[in-house]
Unconditional design. Structure first.
Length: 450
């Protein structure tokens, strides 16, 4: 009996010693998943020692960051961060141990990814992207895609470019009910009908532009022309306002091309032939939501290297548009959204569908006072050879895809979730005395809507 008790005591002592050794050993946690939280410090956030890591706006770990974005859970975000690092200092892409703090909100990032995945499958040839930006800050809160965007071309912006011409017209003194008599076909009479910012004629009298929805000869106003996305109306409007003025308005609000080249000054600019960067499209509408205040889009706020050295990336903002003009544009786009099937996200909102030429691309861009979001969709193989006509996307068959269908549904699903539980804010009402009614381009009595 005594021998048994001695044996039992030795065994218990051995178990205690083994447990203590396991707890002390660094290998004891080798198979545990890293736990990220808002309290995770930047110095200890990397899930693997020596590796770089992406943090969200609160300091939580998003994922390990490497130069191979095809392995990322969020390849669009990874690729964008890589481009920003290369622009800041190409050497950053060769270093390990970076802690990269971003503006990303992981709750919204996951909500946006769920919305994209609900309508576009990962193995569909079409690629959907979504970006959400905070107006007045430029902070990018989400960057998601249906699959790896690789280095494919940008997508023609379509009719989401029309608000730039609308803003230029309202800034020039037009009112909501000013307009023109238009038909369903437009052709400039002379080459000088449109001039670029260098003063050179760029009109094409041999090319006709048509409306997708036929309406015959009628009087169309700024309000109705935007609501119905009337191509021929916006060509007439640009005649009056000027091509250069429209392009410069888009530039001031933040529009950029996908490849970083200057915006092309074509006569059909307001119809959206720009191969646009989705971040800049979302941010240009964010400038409207912020009452004309433009902020450079920003996804990185801080980079800390292994030695503890820190690079900060503050916001850069400027007032680029009269707040009253921005409010007037928002007033029109609010009506556009309110008269569509996408209304009802739980907040006051404004938006514009983007229908590309012959359904080659589709966009939806919209905003609340606190968030602006752009969704784009197009075939990665070729938007010319594979338009969005008679296609199956996300397991659903579509005779055609326009901005209010797949992109609009993704936008609505994300924004409904994004505003849930947040404090409600409202747009500033447009100045009716300044922008209501008509001034010089009023309809003749026989052409006034009944």
């Amino acid at each position: 009996m005594k021998a048994f008790l001695v044996f039992l005591g030795v065994a218990m002592l051995g178990a205690v010693i083994a447990t203590l050794l396991l707890l002390w050993s660094p290998a004891g946690d080798a198979d545990k998943e890293p736990v990220a939280s808002a309290s995770t410090s930047a110095a200890s956030a990397s899930p693997v020692a020596g590796k770089s890591v992406l943090l969200d706006a609160d300091g939580g770990v998003i994922e390990e960051f490497s130069r191979d974005c095809t392995r990322s859970g969020y390849p669009y975000l990874c690729q964008y961060v890589s481009e920003r690092l290369r622009a800041e200092d190409p050497q950053l892409l060769t270093r390990d141990g970076l802690t990269i703090r971003t503006t990303i909100d992981q709750r919204l990032q996951r909500a946006a990814q769920r919305a994209v995945d609900a309508y576009v499958y990962r193995d569909d040839p079409q690629i959907a992207t979504q970006v959400v930006v905070v107006p007045g800050e430029g902070a990018v809160k989400t960057m998601v895609t249906s699959r790896d965007p690789a280095d494919g071309p940008g997508l023609h912006q379509g009719t989401t470019a029309m608000p730039y011409a609308l803003a230029a017209a309202l800034a020039a003194g037009f009112r909501y009910d000013d307009g023109f008599v238009v038909s369903d076909e437009y052709r400039p009479s002379i080459f000088a009908k449109f001039k670029n910012c260098a003063g050179r004629p760029v009109a094409d009298p041999y090319h006709s532009i048509h409306n997708r929805k036929k309406g015959g000869v009628r009087f169309v106003t700024l309000r109705s022309g935007t609501r119905d996305a009337v191509n021929t109306f916006f060509m007439r409007l640009q005649e009056k306002v000027g091509l250069c003025e429209t392009v410069q308005m888009a530039q001031r609000l933040g529009l950029k091309t996908f490849d970083g080249k200057p915006l092309q000054e074509f006569e059909s600019f307001p119809l959206g032939l720009t191969e646009a960067d989705p971040v800049s499209v979302a941010n240009s509408y964010a400038s409207l939501a912020a009452r004309g205040r433009f902020c450079e889009p920003r996804v990185i706020t801080e980079i800390r290297d292994g030695s503890g050295a820190v690079r900060s990336f503050p916001a850069h903002c400027a007032q680029v548009l009269d707040p009253a003009v921005a409010d007037a544009v928002t007033g029109v786009l609010k009506d556009v959204l309110a008269m569509s099937a996408l209304k009802g996200i739980g907040r006051e909102a404004a938006g514009m569908p983007g229908d590309g030429d012959t359904f080659r691309t589709a966009w939806y861009v919209g905003y609340t006072p606190g968030l602006a979001s752009a969704v784009s969709l197009g075939d990665s193989r070729s938007t010319i050879r594979y338009p969005l006509i008679d296609v199956t996307i996300g397991g659903r068959r579509y005779s055609h895809v326009d901005g209010a269908s797949v992109p609009g549904l993704i936008w609505k699903k994300t924004m409904t979730e994004a505003v849930r539980g947040t404090q409600e804010t409202r747009f500033t009402r447009p100045d009716a005395a300044r922008f209501g009614g008509c001034r010089d381009a009023c309809p003749l009595p026989s052409l006034r809507p009944r």
